[in-house]
Design a binder for this molecule. Sequence first.
Ligand SMILES: [Fe+2]
Length: 222
Amino acid sequence: EMAMPMDELPRYVEECFSLKERYRGQIDVRVGLEGDYIEGWETEIHAIIERYPWDYVIGSVHFLGEWDITDFRQTHHWEGKDILEVYRQYYDAVSKAAATGMYDIMGHTDVIKRFGFVPSTEQTEERISLENAALQAIAKSGCAMELNASGLSKPCAEMFPSRRMLTEAIRLGIPLTMGSDAHDPMKLGEYLPEAEALLHELGCTEVAVFEGRHRSFIPLNV
Ligand SMILES: [Fe+2]
């Protein structure tokens, strides 16, 4: 229920590319893939990415081992765990994902906070250094990062990434994109005005867009 079964992928791609052709000149359709990053599965992931002529590929960490940290049905895995240690594993995976060079955009970079499990206030400094190390890995890789507005409707009640991380990303010169991570046609574009306003407030004047995996920038309309 969280993602597309692999055997539906060819049909999804075929439908998207036929819509791109059908509405050419009326609606600018860009076809993307949100690809998981799971350590040890790089060859398989690379093969899926190479199979189709994507406009862009988002790299996201959902899994730590077999635990999908974004699935509300799996939050019991947090029980008895050292939260900071989970954050360490998560941000290590984000850094490794960026370093693969397989992705155009890193997705929902601090989604580990989604269900409100956060390290204690005494551990804030270490949490910030984990976040910053991941941002530095993204900056070094040259890929962009999304501002994913869907976090506003999740238990964490803030976008992915946080305002602090976003400020740091802008300071590091990481190109940014915006997304609503809709999962549902009714949520298409949800909270994008809020995302745009936040970027504007932080002094960001343009966002990255992709076609045929080539990046360009468009000005923010605020
Ligand atoms: Fe995702």
